[in-house]
Design a protein around this ligand. Structure first.
Ligand code: IFM
Length: 449
């Protein structure tokens, strides 16, 4: 067993998102989000679960920060609930909502943990959706106003900001597939959402630069890796189309100021309305790229495969099988995504902002979970990340998804991704075996092979 060390200064953390952990869905002046609405519709969420309480972090925040300290985390990535801060999506600010995040940041700093804030992790104010949501061009200004409120409040103490988390999911699962809030099935709204999410990102970055805040700002993309199922030309082309749909559309716009031409040709009338100046707004320098990595797909040409004519299967390497979320496990896809960024997008500074797995966690009578599957999953991805750094990838930090068990969207509370077990009945927190293992990784700044 040899210890694979990471470079000095490599940042170690864990991540969460507001709707998934906070609870307190209608307390202290918070407005409803599209998820508060969506979970109340029939048949949308497994077991009719909601995020109304979930891990109850809103009420347990100081205890949770102490727990992070005990776990040895160097950084904590959280998201801010837009409707907690601006209940109507624009206009009036809810002081109590702001105070919550203010207090969180102070607690983190007191515990010597670097705060890493994401402005948007899917919980759009319902009032903004009532005005058309992400497909409405005006949303970029509403988002910029919200971003400014947060920069004003926390910009002096939060050194890492992300505008969006996984805008692909926001646009496509929310507005095209419709299995996530707001539950709309319309591809043209989805492509228009991509464009407005990116314009909103651009406006927020501009404001951040203008304010001369001391930290860094970027965006977090879920980079799924697509690989052709065979050498057949049709499969290779189908895989490329899938890549452009999930990754290229964001990477090309952010780094090169254009949408992939071939994709735009394929989608024809579904393409977003791009106005003068939009692409320049989107294509501004960012300080880092956040990437979330979970999955690789083997892609085939499929005549009945929708408007991009492909079908896909999860790839699992070796004997990995699938996680409890039904996803394949393929660390090689992480390597492929990282080296792709190195080779095609100028080797940007990267943080892995999420990586982790749902596992079947059997708790003993004390709530303790021996989650060897999770440890093996994390170890294999970390070894790959370390190898990528040896290969010249500019990777500077890693966050486990997730700090604690939480509301996993359409799966409700049934899927557990946490390093910490949540007993949803009592609210009790118990560190899993993986939390102890991760603490060692952080202490050693390395992973044993
Ligand atoms: O829980 C989600 C998170 O909100 C975004 N990234 C993927 C995670 C696991 O599905």
């Amino acid at each position: 067993m040899s210890l694979q060390k990471f470079p000095d200064g490599f940042l170690w953390g864990a991540a969460t998102a507001a709707y998934q952990i906070e609870g307190a869905w209608n307390e202290d002046g918070k407005g409803p989000s599209i998820w508060d609405t969506f979970v109340r519709k029939p048949h949308r969420i497994l077991n009719n679960d909601t995020g109304d309480v979930t891990a109850n972090h809103y009420h347990k925040m100081p205890e949770d920060v102490q727990m992070m300290k005990e776990m040895g985390l160097q950084s904590y990535r959280f998201s801010i609930s837009w409707p907690r801060v601006m209940p109507n999506g624009k206009g009036a600010v809810n002081q109590k909502g702001l105070d919550f995040y203010d207090h969180l940041v102070d607690e983190l700093l007191a515990a010597n943990i670097i705060p890493n804030a994401t402005l948007y992790h899917w919980d759009l104010p319902q009032a903004s959706q009532d005005l058309g949501g992400w497909p409405n061009r005006d949303i970029a200004d509403w988002f910029a106003d919200y971003a400014q409120v947060m920069f004003d409040k926390l910009g002096d103490r939060v050194p890492m900001w992300a505008t969006h988390n996984e805008p692909w999911v926001v646009a496509f699962t929310g507005y095209a597939i419709g299995d996530f809030a707001p539950g709309i099935s319309d591809y043209s709204q989805a492509f228009q959402s991509v464009h407005n999410l990116l314009r909103a990102h651009g406006k927020a970055v501009q404001l951040y630069r203008k304010g001369n805040y001391k930290g860094e700002i970027g965006i977090v993309l879920d980079l799924q890796h697509s690989q052709p199922a065979s050498d057949d030309e049709a499969d290779v082309a189908a895989s490329h189309r899938r890549y452009e749909l999930t990754n290229g559309i964001f990477l090309e716009a952010l780094f090169n100021g254009r949408y992939p031409e071939q994709l735009m040709d394929w989608i024809g009338p579904l393409a977003p309305d791009v106005q003068d100046g939009d692409m320049a707004l989107i294509n501004q320098p960012i300080d880092f790229l956040g990437m979330n990595y979970y999955m690789t797909f083997a892609v085939k040409f499929a005549n009945r495969g929708g408007f991009l004519k492909f079908s896909q299967d999860f790839v699992s390497s070796g004997n990995w099988g699938k996680t409890d979320a039904g996803w394949g496990v393929n660390p090689a896809g992480l390597m492929a995504s990282l080296t792709h960024l190195r080779d095609h997008f100028g080797n940007p500074k990267i943080f892995i902002m999420e990586n982790g797995c749902a596992a079947i966690d059997d708790a003993d009578e004390n709530g303790y979970v021996i989650d060897n599957d999770r440890i093996n999953y994390l170890r294999s991805h970390l070894l790959t990340a370390q190898e990528a750094i040896q290969e010249g990838v500019n990777l500077q930090g890693y966050y486990v998804w997730s700090l604690m068990d939480n509301f996993e969207w359409a799966h409700g509370l049934s899927k557990r991704f946490g390093l910490v077990r949540i007993n949803y009945e009592t609210g009790e927190r118990t560190l899993k075996k993986s939390a102890g293992w991760y603490k060692e990784v952080i202490n050693q700044n390395g992973v044993y092979e």
